[in-house]
Ligand binder design. Structure first.
Ligand code: SAH
Ligand code: SF4
Length: 346
């Protein structure tokens, strides 16, 4: 049985039953559980306070599967990209972005993605498969097993569409947030989504105040359709209605593309959507790598766009590019390695 695939309260229950069956004192349950997420180990035999005989039974009953670290690249700005190998030979990435006292880990939820946004490298792969909960949470667990500090923030902005793999993401959110898991505050965990309207209700139904980022990228249905095919299924008016279920503040992600979505009128249309929701706008530089041959807006254009939003009372943040020298944008490591022929036909 894979304890790493369960929400922490459930794995605690399984271990309580295990302790019972094996005649262990009940305090052992929490002691054993601690080695799953709070102080992760490679094997039960490495758990210092568990007797060797118990560790042997644990190893036989509850294997602790690992992700394989295929490569680790550190950018000159400290951004570090991890490429993980999965058991079936697939690959996903995470990116660690240090910023002051924050250590934000950008994680993947799927291998590839079904939504084909035209500027996104992951989108060119199509959906290969969903990640299991342990493969999502494993992206943090591996860092801890290797002795790194716990990330302070988690963002679902790596490969994949988290709400398209809701069942796994639902469990992974519990693992990240629970006191018996990694204990990362809900407000420090952000789900980024292209806006799958029916699944937004599932996220809204969770009592924790997880952060929500909506990949909007265009302020009108006509413009968004050109960039995000999902707009045909879940158009902006339906999306805005679904966002009213959230009591918390929403962030709009907005990749700035020269001459496509960065006009003055786009800023005004965007303000009209964002203001009633009290949403904040993240203006993101376009990274190379998608299917369409677009160029990013200039820095001055991004600043002017932000100024228009601000003048309408909408908070806007102009993001810097992080890790560009190692191609740390969405899905790029995987795609660039495939081009070089290092991975692919395994
Ligand atoms: N599928 C989810 C989460 C993963 S993508 C989503 O789309 O929200 C994370 C963010 O990276 C999204 O806002 C996405 O639009 C953005 N992104 C994708 N390709 C990009 C690129 N080439 N340059 C900049 N941002 C990009
Ligand atoms: Fe998928 Fe997000 Fe990339 Fe769109 S931007 S293709 S939803 S990963």
């Amino acid at each position: 049985m894979n304890l790493l695939n369960m929400a922490p309260d459930r794995s605690l229950g399984v271990l309580a039953d295990f302790a019972d069956r094996n005649g262990l004192d009940s305090y052992r349950t929490d002691q054993i559980h601690r080695w799953l997420w709070r102080r992760p180990v490679d094997s039960w035999s490495d758990a210092s306070n568990i007797p060797a005989g118990t560790a042997e039974i644990l190893n036989a009953e509850f294997a602790l599967p690992r992700l394989e670290l295929v490569s680790r690249q550190e950018s000159s700005d400290g951004t570090t990209k991890f490429l993980w190998g999965l058991h079936d030979g697939e690959r996903v990435e995470s990116v660690l972005i240090p910023e002051g006292r924050r250590r934000t880990l950008c994680i993947s939820s799927q291998v590839g993605c079904a939504f084909g946004c035209v500027f996104c490298a992951t989108g060119t792969m199509g959906l290969i498969r969903n990640l299991d909960p342990w493969e999502i949470a494993g992206q943090v667990r591996e860092l801890l097993v290797q002795g790194a500090a716990r990330p302070s923030n988690i963002v679902f902005m790596g490969m994949g569409e988290p709400l398209h793999n809701w069942e796994s993401v639902d469990t992974a959110l519990s693992i990240f947030n629970a006191r018996l898991g990694f204990g990362i505050g809900a407000r420090s965990i952000t789900v980024s989504t292209v806006g799958l309207v029916p699944r937004l209700a599932d996220l809204a139904a969770r009592p924790e105040q997880f952060g929500l980022a909506i990949s909007l990228h265009a302020p009108t249905t006509a413009k968004r359709r050109r960039l995000l095919p999902v707009e045909r299924k879940y158009p902006i008016p339906d999306l805005l209605k679904a966002l009213q279920q959230f009591k918390r503040r929403v962030t709009f992600e907005y990749v700035m593309i020269d001459g496509v979505n960065d006009l003055d009128e786009d800023a005004r249309d965007l303000a009209e959507i964002a203001r009633p929701l009290g949403a904040m706008v993240n203006l993101i530089p376009l990274h190379p790598g998608g299917a369409a041959d677009y160029s990013g807006s200039s820095t001055s254009r991004r600043r002017d766009f932000a100024k228009i939003l601000t003048s309408f009372g909408v908070k806007a943040i102009v993001r810097r590019s992080r890790g560009l020298d190692i191609a740390a944008a969405c899905g790029q490591l995987r795609v660039s390695l495939e081009r070089d022929g290092h991975i692919g036909a395994e």
